[in-house]
Design a protein around this ligand. Structure first.
Ligand code: AMP
Length: 266
């Protein structure tokens, strides 16, 4: 029988406030176990404060699934978050992002990219030449969805990351997300740091130059963070871009090439 693929998405909240989310793509026979694992994760989030869990299971059109390689990983250790921002700026500039767009993206994530300095649920889209914001909805942003590691390669990828000391589930999730983002039409680079006050590592991802982790890229204790997708407007079309990010299913394969970590002292 031909494989039947499903997308599984989980969202956990408390009193209407988003707590955690995760998603997977799997073959039909694996979906019940994957659902149980995501429900378990939702219900044990930070001591069990979850009061609502939504799981959506949706059959995918197997012919629509796109395949791609997970990006290679480089980790940079820097003195402090200010140095991290300078390194991020350099990497973005090397990818072809203008000085104005680098400054605009860093400032927006630093101050909270949503209306009134709030965190967005999704990502900003920024013109890599002018720094102008392009996403259709500045409160929500663009949400990347429908992506996962090819199931038969997942264990190997997790083991490879763990051997390099990168076994935090955030690393794999961000790597998968970046793997999809880097295939988007018109994408020049991605910049991200978390809104989690304790998770200080962020990254810059670029087609051809992989996923470059920078620690620290944010100040300890800050609840501000987000994502910026920097695009080349000449090769970018809003609807095509959003459809790709939000709807096109994508499975990423390994192995992940992990370079030895480096220190960066400007
Ligand atoms: P996180 O790394 O999960 O802490 O997310 C950092 C920021 O990235 C969030 O504040 C959102 O603005 C954005 N973000 C999280 N998940 C997604 C997603 N699936 N697609 C686009 N942006 C996202």
């Amino acid at each position: 029988m031909r494989d039947e693929w499903y997308s599984l998405r989980m969202r956990a909240s408390n009193a209407g406030r988003h707590l955690s989310g995760a998603e997977r793509i799997g073959r039909r026979e694996d979906i019940p176990a994957l659902t149980a694992a995501l429900a378990q994760r939702a219900l044990t989030h930070r001591g069990g404060s979850t009061d609502r869990v939504n799981c959506t299971i949706e059959r995918l059109n197997a012919k629509a699934i796109r395949y791609g390689a997970l990006p290679e990983v480089q980790s940079w250790q820097v003195e402090n978050w200010q140095a991290g921002r300078r390194l991020a700026g350099r990497l973005l500039a090397n990818a072809g992002v203008s000085r104005e767009a680098v400054a605009a993206s860093l400032a927006a994530l630093d101050q909270g990219p949503g209306p009134g300095g709030q965190v967005m649920r999704g990502a900003m889209v920024v013109d890599a030449a002018s720094g102008e914001r392009l996403e259709p909805d500045q409160a929500r942003g663009v949400r990347v969805s429908h992506m996962d590691v090819l199931p038969e390669e997942r264990q190997g990828v997790i083991q490879g990351l763990a051997a390099a000391g990168l076994d935090h589930h955030r690393v794999l999730e961000a790597l998968v997300l970046a793997g999809k983002v880097l295939q988007a039409p018109g994408l020049v680079a991605e910049l991200c740091w978390s809104d989690d006050p304790e998770y200080l590592t962020g990254y810059v991802a670029m087609p051809g130059n992989g996923y470059q982790r920078i620690c620290p890229l944010k100040e300890a204790g800050s609840r501000r963070g987000g994502r910026a997708f920097l695009v080349d407007r000449r090769e970018w079309h809003s609807q095509v871009f959003v459809d790709f990010m939000e709807e096109t299913p994508m499975l990423l394969h390994g192995p992940v090439l992990i370079h030895p970590p480096c220190r960066w002292n400007p």
